[in-house]
Design a binder for this molecule. Structure first.
Ligand code: ADP
Ligand code: MG
Length: 420
């Protein structure tokens, strides 16, 4: 990819924007870009420099992301909304062409990495709560104030606020041992559950979830900051490359597979509530270490149909009107609202899953389910908004010995504009 139209190769200490930014080390990469830690000589601080590939379609995508990020930054001058801030942008000409570059505030590890550090065992519920509050404040801001749908919310696209001073610890190689992926069966849990379901339908058992995500494209992050214990769990929503406005969509197929809402699969139209669906999938994953839905295609049925089956096994049957109401409904459902190719569903409710498989206490399982289930309503308009969700009792669970969290402070600054 380091050729004409592709990535721009960066070497340590390379200069950008007429010497203002100096490259320090690679932070990560995505389908469209590489991201570098850079020193901003103007403000004497560290920033993340996202350097886009140079071909026309990547330039177009970057212009779109800059457009969205500019509106995010303009409406949040105090930077308190748990959404990544764009600091600057410019063009950089290199041997592979002209690259658009975004200068972003420097953040830490993604939630995916946090889940990995914890060896896919799930985080303590008080940490899950803190993360949920940040994400919800961020979503409320995007949805209510800006009319923006993120449309690719997933653990990779939520980054922890870095508490590491890169100046003191710029290369961090001494921390690499804790960054190793656990051997073998990452996500063995989900796999075995799915296998059971597959067998119950006499389908071919599908195993390994290696190469975890279909995702909108490959991405990777290079070793970065982060420790599980004592971590400041504030985080921010990043990657607005796929974002759109409620009144201006750019694509019909949105979201990364495992976090995709049912109305997207059925092509029944979508709005802000698709982000709420993904949010609930992420909350489950944080608490258990496993992705909630990992559909696979099989003999005679598609990944989409399997996905719908998995949703109904967990959440109950979809009302006929919803099941048959999308442009693609006929591909999956008969006129009674039953799946065409997957006839026998094995129902397994969420609270039971949390108790049986994840060893939640009955109380924890019930409270967490009560928080999540409304977000998994098959009727998108019935899902709570981010703002309504912020009022949920689960987020202020009193019977845990938590210190006054930094997030609660931010919460009190949240202006509630009428309504609940
Ligand atoms: P793409 O649009 O190409 O997928 P992303 O915006 O997702 O690019 O960034 C790619 C990776 O770079 C992320 O997964 C993350 O590891 C890293 N990254 C992105 N933004 C930042 C940031 N502000 N601070 C630190 N790391 C970042
Ligand atoms: Mg990305």
């Amino acid at each position: 990819s380091y050729r004409k139209g592709g990535y721009h190769a960066v070497r340590l200490a390379d200069q950008f924007a007429a010497g203002r930014y100096i490259a320090q080390r690679k932070l990560g990469w995505g389908q469209f870009s590489t991201v570098w830690l850079a020193y901003d000589t103007k403000t004497s601080s560290y920033v993340a420099l996202k350097i886009q590939k140079s071909a026309a379609q990547f330039v177009q995508a970057a212009l779109h992301e800059i457009d969205v990020l500019s509106s995010v930054a303009d409406s949040d001058p105090s930077n308190s909304k748990f959404v990544i801030q764009l600091i600057d942008h410019f063009k950089h000409t290199g041997p592979n062409g002209q690259h658009l570059c975004m200068v972003l505030e420097f953040l830490g590890d993604s939630l995916l990495r946090l889940i990995r550090y914890n060896h896919y065992k799930g985080l303590p519920l008080n940490k899950v709560r803190e993360i949920c509050k940040c994400v919800l404040i961020g979503l409320d801001y995007l949805h209510t104030d800006l009319g923006i749908i993120h449309s690719d919310l997933k653990p990779e696209n939520i980054l922890l606020c870095s508490t590491i001073d890169p100046a003191k610890d710029p290369f961090r190689s001494e921390h690499s041992p804790i960054l190793e992926r656990p051997e073998g069966n990452a996500n063995g849990g989900v796999t075995s559950l799915i296998e059971k379901r597959l067998k119950s339908r006499a389908r071919k058992a599908v195993a390994k979830i290696s190469g975890r995500r279909e995702s909108m494209g490959g991405s990777g992050d290079v070793e970065n900051s982060g420790r599980v214990d004592g971590i400041d769990v504030r985080c921010k929503i990043v990657d607005f490359g796929n974002a759109c406005w409620a009144d201006k969509h750019f694509a019909e197929e949105i979201q990364t597979r495992q976090y995709r809402a049912p109305e997207v699969i059925l092509k029944a139209g979508y709005s802000f509530s698709v982000d709420m669906w993904s949010f609930a999938c992420i909350a489950f994953e944080l608490a258990t270490g496993d992705m909630l839905f990992t559909p696979k295609d099989g003999q005679g049925f598609s990944e989409d149909e399997d996905h719908l089956a998995l949703m109904m096994e967990l959440l109950g049957k979809m009302a006929r009107k919803i099941a048959t109401g999308g442009a693609l409904s006929k591909d999956f459902f008969d006129r009674h609202g039953d799946l065409k190719r997957i006839r026998r569903l094995k129902f397994f409710p969420l609270d039971k899953l949390l108790i049986d498989k994840y060893k939640f206490s009955v109380n924890d399982a019930q409270e967490f389910s009560e928080f999540l289930l409304p977000l998994f309503d098959f009727a998108p308009e019935k899902r709570p908004t981010a703002r309504q969700c912020l009022q949920h009792p689960w987020l202020k669970c009193p019977n845990e010995e938590e210190n006054e969290s930094s997030v609660n402070v931010e919460m009190s600054n949240l202006k509630i504009k009428g309504g609940k």
